[in-house]
Design a protein. Structure first.
Length: 351
């Protein structure tokens, strides 16, 4: 079989690897689609994602969908459509017994945080623990199901904010995570969802997906003390400072966007004066099950996917995903020999 492998900074290619064989408690999947995430881009373009350096060949990818190829225990029939929770959880700790995504010692598909690295989903076939598999409902196509992992991130962020029912919400950053977080807030009952970004194209996608309003910064000002909840998805210091200014008194800022593990200049004075809460949101736990249900019920969310590119064009796929103006979620078709597809929200489709 073939896998997309990152060997270091700007060193990526399609390589032949042995077909994996499942052990007891494991399932072999035929991977159809894999989304490119920001962490995948960091591994390719920088050779590292924060402190996690590529020190050996790494197969990236943790957003996937496909079908069962082989279940030795016979629980799932070949061809059963599935997606995957990409985490293996670590060791419980006091006070977070019910939050296994925070337990130390776990692993995540496509991550250099472990040695040996935890190989990811950009392979034609993948072995996962049976408990990681989520069977798709009939109403959910395999292609749309590739969004389950990033949508679960957005749903978990909304959970971290508490209730957003009837809330005025701002989402800072209109990349795929921002778009899906905005959708999650709307589905969870937010009264009004505004999305901000520095680029016009992602804001157009936000409006197409149902945002009530958009703000292009810095051409437009984000109102101070306006929003009950702010979901910060960009991770830039200026965006974090802006989120703190935008939240109302006793409101909540949820930090989703990853930031480097080093000091950054962020203005927190308004947070203190307003007694606002700043909370982090890291991956998710059970929200992937809700994400599967939501995707089945909301076919419009597939518009987040703007490009589907065959695995043989992996470098072009990563270049496309890096272009925030030209793309939303870029998905690799691991078995695709067809030409690249441009998704339903692209300008080419709208002409």
């Amino acid at each position: 079989m073939q896998s997309i492998v990152i060997n270091g900074k700007l060193d990526l290619g399609l390589e032949g690897v042995p077909m994996p064989e499942p052990e007891p408690g494991q399932i072999r999947l035929r991977v159809d689609y894999v989304g490119i995430c920001g962490s995948d881009l960091h591994y390719y373009y920088e050779g590292a994602n924060g402190a996690f350096v590529v020190r050996e060949p790494l197969v990236p990818g943790h957003e996937l969908s496909g079908e069962v190829d082989l279940d030795p225990e016979g629980t799932l029939a070949p061809g059963t459509p599935v997606t995957v929770h990409p985490a293996r959880f670590g060791t419980p700790r006091p006070h977070i017994e019910d939050d296994p995504h925070l337990w130390p010692g776990g692993s995540y598909l496509g991550s250099a945080s472990t040695r040996p690295h935890t190989q990811g989903a950009m392979s034609e076939y993948l072995i996962v623990d049976s408990g990681m598999v989520r069977v798709l409902p009939e109403a959910l196509p395999v292609r749309r199901a590739v969004l389950a992992e990033p949508l679960a991130v957005g749903l978990h962020a909304v959970s971290r904010a508490g209730s957003v029912d009837s809330a005025e919400v701002l989402v800072s950053g209109a990349g795929p995570i921002g778009l899906l977080t905005a959708a999650a807030a709307r589905i969870r009952g937010a009264a009004r969802v505004t999305v901000s970004d520095v680029l016009p194209e992602p804001l157009t996608r936000a409006l197409e997906l149902g945002a009530d309003a958009v703000i292009r910064v810095p051409e437009q000002d984000v109102p101070d003390e306006r929003f009950d909840v702010v979901f910060e998805c960009a991770g830039a210091p200026s965006a974090i400072s802006g989120a703190v200014r935008a939240v109302r008194r006793r409101g909540t800022v949820v930090q989703i966007g990853m930031v480097p593990d080093q000091p950054r200049p962020v203005c927190l004075a308004p947070l203190v004066a307003k007694e606002a809460a700043l909370v982090g949101a890291f991956r998710f736990h059970q929200e992937i099950d809700e994400a599967v249900r939501v995707l089945a019920e909301h076919p419009e969310l597939e518009q987040v996917i703007t490009h589907v590119i065959p695995a043989g064009e992996a470098v072009a796929a990563f270049e496309t995903a890096r272009d925030a103006a030209g793309s939303g979620k870029v998905v690799i078709d691991m078995h695709g020999h067809r030409r690249s597809e441009v998704g339903p929200t692209s300008p080419a489709q709208r002409v």
